[in-house]
Design a protein around this ligand. Structure first.
Ligand SMILES: Nc1ncnc2c1ncn2[C@@H]1O[C@H](COP(=O)(O)OP(=O)(O)OP(=O)(O)O)[C@@H](O)[C@H]1O
Ligand SMILES: [Mg+2]
Length: 506
């Protein structure tokens, strides 16, 4: 038997009749019982390669050997039968059902037609115990945090007998605490004889948890090395083909008048529970205010309230001397708010539309109307420019948004929002989620350039390094309240951590 559980040989995958070469002669070998990291820039071809393991795509050419035998994986069902399971970034669970109910949906009922829910509940308990995946079989998926939903996905593929588990950017949507838990779960899986492949843009994480690393650049496998021989610089070099800087220079800007001020606001979520409990803050011209906090501390509701998406129960918001507390999202946007939302699929984009059409979303009436019609010429010219400036690949304005890689989708939203004509107040929620290190660098530069132009910027991020990199001041939230505001000079990960947990600094 070969030491490899999986060998992908000379894999080539093209789309649109050969116009797009997503994978160009990639060979990937994964040893049984290892954690193998796949890294590469946005659009390099990582997800495409993994989707061929799950039967979502067939290779255009090349061979796949699984446990020493050549296989043709032509459907997700086939992948499951072989013992290959994939945890996606966008979970495929049914929110109105319980964990146990979701579990039996995936597997064929064995006892005639009756779905054996009692057995499923027992199985959930057993399997979750074995892998340290504590989870309540009777909880409704809609009540679970993102981290918990991910556990259900893992459980689901374990149920179907997965031996090789593939994770596509599993930590991108998790909080630091949830990330630690996931690492522990991964270790348990390895102890139980499983093999793991994961994609990540976080180089520190790759160094911390992988055994071997494969780097993909523009559809080719450019390097594979053991993690013991890796450094951040070495990985980054292989990824982009040049040296990468890890810090962003900050422009010195003068801080001016208050642009936006929130006064003692209270906001409820859709379950009628208060998530923002008396929050006050202001952001001035040329200033970046960072909001840090464990996910679920009220940041999401705070941002939705500021943008007019959900009502404010009490308190007021002043934007440029106007009380906007009861304004509609459209009216607030017209007053100069730009918003990079945390959930780009829900709030910011239409996957079936072209890239160009997505550049027009929300700004079509202000920026691209010509005698009541859409000004196509200007839109197309802008779309071209923005794709160049923000390095969106491929540079094709007509491609369907949903076909772009995750990081390139994010770049489009960032470009559209930062390029709004009259923006004075910018809210950037998780602005670099899913983008590669080079793109993080450039998005940070773009945000700081807005600061230098005198814009007021609010950055919400679960990445402390991002908050520390960008902010002039940092407000920390815990349980719907601001537990402290730190100046850039005095801020540190430790201090923020204490405030995030609701503690006090002495
Ligand atoms: N179904 C498709 N039709 C056309 N082009 C596609 C399709 N799927 C992927 N592509 C293209 O193939 C290339 C590789 O995409 P892929 O999603 O594999 O990148 P990735 O390495 O996962 O990037 P990211 O880090 O941004 O997620 C991209 O140029 C993408 O636009
Ligand atoms: Mg991807």
């Amino acid at each position: 038997m070969s030491e490899y559980i999986l060998e992908m040989q000379n894999i080539r995958k093209t789309f649109l009749g050969g116009k797009v070469i997503a994978n160009d002669d990639i060979t990937l070998k994964v040893k049984k019982g290892e954690k193998h990291a796949i890294v590469g820039e946005n659009g390099a071809g990582k997800s495409t390669l993994m989707k061929m393991l799950n039967g979502l795509y067939l290779p255009t050419s090349g061979k796949i050997f699984y446990q020493g035998k050549e296989v043709e994986i032509d459907s997700p069902g086939k992948a499951a039968n072989l013992g290959i399971g994939m945890v996606y970034q966008h979970f495929m669970l049914i929110p109105t059902l319980t964990v146990a109910e979701n579990m039996i949906l995936g597997v064929e009922p064995k006892k005639g037609m009756s779905l054996d829910i009692e057995k499923a509940r027992k199985d959930v308990r057993e399997v979750s115990k074995r892998y340290g995946l504590e989870i309540d079989p009777d909880a409704y998926v809609s009540d679970l945090s993102i981290g918990m939903q991910q556990r259900v996905e893992i459980l689901k593929i374990l149920f179907k007998g997965a031996n090789l588990l593939v994770f596509d950017e599993p930590t991108a949507v998790l909080t630091p605490q949830e990330i630690k838990e996931l690492y522990r779960i991964m270790d348990n899986l390895i102890d139980e004889g499983k093999t793991i492949i994961f994609i990540s843009h976080k180089l520190q994480e790759v160094l911390d948890i992988s055994d071997n690393i494969t780097v993909i650049r523009r559809g080719k496998d450019v390097a594979t090395f053991p993690t013991t021989e890796a450094t951040k610089e070495k990985i980054a070099n292989a990824m982009v083909g040049r040296a990468v800087l890890f810090t962003t220079e900050r422009p010195e800007t003068e801080i001016g008048e208050k642009v936006v001020e929130a006064k003692n606001i209270f906001v409820k979520n859709n379950k009628n529970v208060f998530k923002v409990n008396g929050v006050s803050f202001y952001v001035r011209e040329g200033e970046v205010l960072g909001i840090a906090g464990v996910e679920g501390s009220g940041q999401t509701e705070l941002v939705e309230a500021l943008t007019g998406l959900i009502p404010i129960y009490e308190g007021e918001i002043i934007l440029k001397d106007k009380d906007i507390t009861e304004f509609s999202p459209r009216k607030i946007s017209q007053m100069g708010l730009a918003h990079i939302p945390e959930d780009r699929h829900k709030r910011a984009a239409v996957c079936e539309f072209s890239v160009m059409e997505n550049f027009a979303l929300g700004v079509e009436r202000d920026k691209y109307s010509l005698r009541g019609l859409l000004n196509f010429k200007k839109l197309k010219a802008d779309a071209k420019n923005f794709m160049e400036k923000y390095d969106v690949r491929p540079r094709d304005t007509s491609v369907e948004f949903g076909r772009l890689s995750g990081g390139n989708q994010q770049k489009i939203i960032v470009a559209r929002e930062l390029e709004k004509v009259n923006n004075t107040f910018i809210i950037a929620a998780q602005p670099t989620r899913g983008v590669d290190i080079g793109a993080i660098e450039s998005i940070h530069k773009m945000i700081l350039a807005e600061k230098a132009k005198g814009k007021a910027v609010l950055v919400v991020s679960s990445e402390l390094s991002e908050i520390l990199n960008l902010s002039d001041r940092i407000a920390v939230m815990c349980s719907g309240k601001i537990t402290g505001v730190l100046d850039r000079e005095e801020a540190s990960e430790e201090k923020i951590g204490i405030l995030m947990a609701g503690g006090k600094l002495d």
